[in-house]
Design a protein around this ligand. Structure first.
Ligand code: KIV
Ligand code: NA
Length: 275
């Protein structure tokens, strides 16, 4: 079944939890989509896990479009959401609409995701008005890493918690059809989820959210640079891959691979004439 903004919002009403994972290329998108995921996020986390940057600051609109095109070709049923990268929407409403439009038109995404609350309400309103669905993202917003002074849980103090609730209400009113809550205390995320009509998708925000999202490298043990508390390992794929690479190297050295079954034949009378 095709996932759309309508089915995603229906899931909240039916208390049917929404599943979301990142993907950045065709083959992985196809695997995740065929497993029955609701939403695929082409996250700007590709800066970290695909491009090897220290943070997401350097990721460009071109990077996002390139990866979105690859993902969309592998997806049948999931709703594909693409992150708007740093400085593609912060400076002006005009930038926001033009870049969201490029991501949808050239990349093929069904929605865009922007980091920020009250501060980016004009951008969210304008993008939605241009018929581009918006996913908001509040709490720990990695594009603000330098402003935060590092990656920290958000909303622990009363003032910050109040601000987060206001941000959540503001993005809902601005027209976002769902909102990602990143690194928010579980009880606060639950309160926000209960006070919104749009679904919340948590990452490090506990079980009270209407859905969950993870970076696939994290949940498959494929990324070892750091491991946040909220990550759960759902399969040691990184380890399985490494073992397979070792086995391949050894079989090449030992002349075990390729075997006869992997070779193409040529008639003896042809090859004999070549000697
Ligand atoms: O870029 C990303 O993968 C994200 C998720 C972690 C929410 O924004
Ligand atoms: Na992101």
């Amino acid at each position: 079944m095709k996932n759309t903004i309508t089915t995603i919002q229906e899931q909240k009403r039916k208390k049917d939890k929404i599943s979301m994972l990142t993907a950045y290329d065709y083959s992985m998108a196809k695997l995740i989509d065929s497993a029955g995921i609701n939403m695929i996020l082409v996250g700007d986390s590709l800066g970290n896990v695909m491009l090897g940057y220290e943070n997401t600051i350097a990721v460009t609109v071109e990077d996002m479009i390139y990866h979105t095109k690859s993902v969309v070709r592998g997806v049948k049923d999931a709703m594909v959401v693409t992150d708007m990268p740093f400085m593609s929407y912060q400076a002006s409403v005009y930038d926001a609409v033009v870049n969201a439009g490029r991501i949808m038109k050239e990349g093929g995404a069904a929605a865009v995701k922007l980091e920020g609350g009250i501060d980016i309400v004009p951008q969210i309103k304008a993008i939605v008005k241009a018929s581009i669905p918006v996913v908001a993202h509040i709490g720990l917003t990695p594009q603000s890493v330098h402003a935060f002074g590092g990656y920290k849980v958000q909303g622990k103090e009363e003032k910050d918690a109040k601000r987060l609730i206001e941000d959540a209400k503001a993005v809902e009113e601005a027209g976002a059809f769902c909102v990602v809550l990143e690194c928010v205390p579980a009880k606060l995320a639950k309160l926000i989820s209960e006070s919104l009509t749009i679904p919340t998708i948590g990452i490090g925000a506990g079980a009270g959210c209407d859905g969950q999202v993870l970076v696939y490298h994290d949940m498959l043990g494929m990324f070892s640079d750091y491991k946040p508390k909220f990550v759960k390992n759902f399969g040691d794929v990184g380890k399985v891959m490494k073992e397979a690479f070792h086995k391949y190297i050894q079989e090449v050295k030992d002349e075990v691979f390729p075997g006869a079954e992997h070779e193409y034949a040529i008639a003896d009378e042809v090859i004999d004439k070549l000697y």
